[in-house]
Write a protein that binds this ligand. Structure first.
Ligand code: UD1
Length: 418
């Protein structure tokens, strides 16, 4: 068992390179199986979720080789199309393989996906979208079985702008003869990144970043070399940490435009955020005003993946804040742990009401999901005394080495291996 041991109370300082995005890498990795041509991915951040996705690809016959942080994928000899539950229960994003497998083989069979512990995460929108493209789907013995022999290009209207569904349908359509149009798409930057990747392997996709995506089917593909975008959630987590702890940090290789919703809130609390083109700098004296209202929304609204971190920040601001979680019903698990650290939080359904306190106190706390775990680390960094965070395997799913990053930023934090 591994834990993080944190001595709170230090101001942050220094600079850090921001890694490539987990949520960009996962669909891109899944998409690498669409063609039989080689894919070279640069600066691959080896998050545990990413490494599981590479294992899944290998189980499907894709040859995968790391040279440093460059990943070379040869999908030429990919053969199987059954993704077993020993893989899918580890990483929910395995559902992204439905689209690519249907594209390449005309059918797909995957076990129901697992994933983060943040509430009900159905896949009905994925299924409905694929059915709109003519895929016949059966759900049997814990497997989703897709028969794509009658698939055809057409129009799909999503009931909700789901990120994964948008990505799955884009990848399912790239070989279909004619034009497929997806309406009410999610607009997350990672979707635009997937579009750029798909185009770099020879697909014809346009419109990502807007709510309508148009895919023209192609028959031939090419080798590609691609570097995914930076991780805006990792960058956002470190910006919030600096706002809370006080100090001055420079995050390199991350564009401000992807974190506008967060930056506006940080400025509202009194932090100074500078846009330096490809870098972001933040300065804070650690004395923050509370943000009266924070509500998670699909992009470009405030991201649910930064909700727990900014909620942790509200516990030590001056005033009262209301945080509303619109995407995942179980995303307030962090609150019980923050209460143990002296926070004042009341939960009502999807709303958390936070009265800022003078200080948090170090405690033994347990991460119950990825972003909640990150929120607890931030709380530990600002708290008086020592904090231990348990079950940090959740955090490793989306942060490469959170303790090394924070050590570079002048914090006192270490990983303890039992
Ligand atoms: C992606 C991100 C995740 C982020 C989420 C929302 C990746 C790998 N993960 O997840 O980090 O928290 O976007 O920004 O990119 N829904 C349904 N039926 C479906 C699919 C989704 O009801 O078939 C609901 C979900 O329960 C949730 C909402 O739609 O309430 C958003 O989910 P979605 O946008 O699909 O998120 P993911 O792609 O799973």
């Amino acid at each position: 068992m591994e834990t993080l041991f944190i001595k709170g109370g230090r101001k942050l300082g220094g600079e850090l390179d921001i890694v490539t995005a987990k949520n960009a890498l996962l669909p891109i990795l899944a998409g690498s199986i669409i063609s039989d041509k080689n894919v070279i991915l640069k600066k691959v951040a080896k998050f545990s979720d990413v490494m599981y996705m590479v294992k899944i690809l290998e189980s499907l016959g894709v040859e995968a080789k790391f040279e440093g942080d460059t990943l070379i994928l040869s999908p030429k000899h990919a053969y199987a199309h059954v993704v077993k539950d020993e893989y899918t229960k580890k990483v929910r994003s395995s559902v992204f393989l439905l689209g690519p497998l249907l594209s390449r083989f005309g059918n797909a069979k995957i076990a129901y996906p697992g994933g983060c512990n943040i509430g009900n995460r159905p896949i009905n929108l994925h299924i409905k979208g694929l059915e709109a493209l003519g895929v016949k789907i059966e759900e049997k013995h814990g497997y989703i079985i897709c028969d794509g022999k009658n698939m055809s290009a057409g129009e799909v209207h999503l009931d909700f702008p789901s990120v994964g569904t948008t990505e799955n349908l884009m990848m399912a359509s790239v070989r279909l003869k004619g034009v497929t149009t997806i309406y009410n798409c999610a607009r997350e930057p990672e979707i635009e990144d997937l579009q750029n990747f798909l185009n770099s392997i020879g697909c014809k996709v346009s419109g990502a970043g807007s709510s309508t995506i148009v895919i023209t089917g192609v028959e031939s593909f090419k080798d590609c070399e691609y570097q995914p975008i930076h991780d805006r959630i990792v960058a956002g987590t470190y910006l919030i940490a600096c706002a809370m702890c006080g100090g001055n940090i420079l995050l390199k290789g991350c564009e401000k435009k992807y974190n506008q919703a967060l930056i506006q809130k940080l400025k509202q609390s009194g932090a100074i955020v500078e846009d330096l083109g490809k870098d972001i700098e933040i300065k804070s004296n650690g004395k923050l005003k509370s943000i009266p209202s924070i509500e998670t929304q699909p992009y470009p609204g405030f991201p649910t993946d930064l909700q727990n971190q900014i909620l942790a920040m509200q516990t030590i601001t001056k005033g009262t804040s209301v945080v509303v979680e619109n995407l995942y019903e179980s995303r307030f698990k962090i609150c019980n742990e923050l209460l143990r650290m002296g926070a004042d939080i009341t939960i009502k359904d999807r709303m958390a009401i936070i009265n800022g306190v003078e200080r948090l106190y170090g405690a033994n706390v347990v991460a119950s999901d990825l972003r909640g775990g990150a929120g607890l680390v931030l709380a530990g960094l600002v708290a008086d005394g020592y904090t231990t965070v348990e079950d940090i395997y959740h955090i490793d799913r989306g942060y490469l080495s959170i303790e090394e990053d924070f050590c570079k930023l002048n914090a006192e934090i270490q990983r303890i291996r039992d």
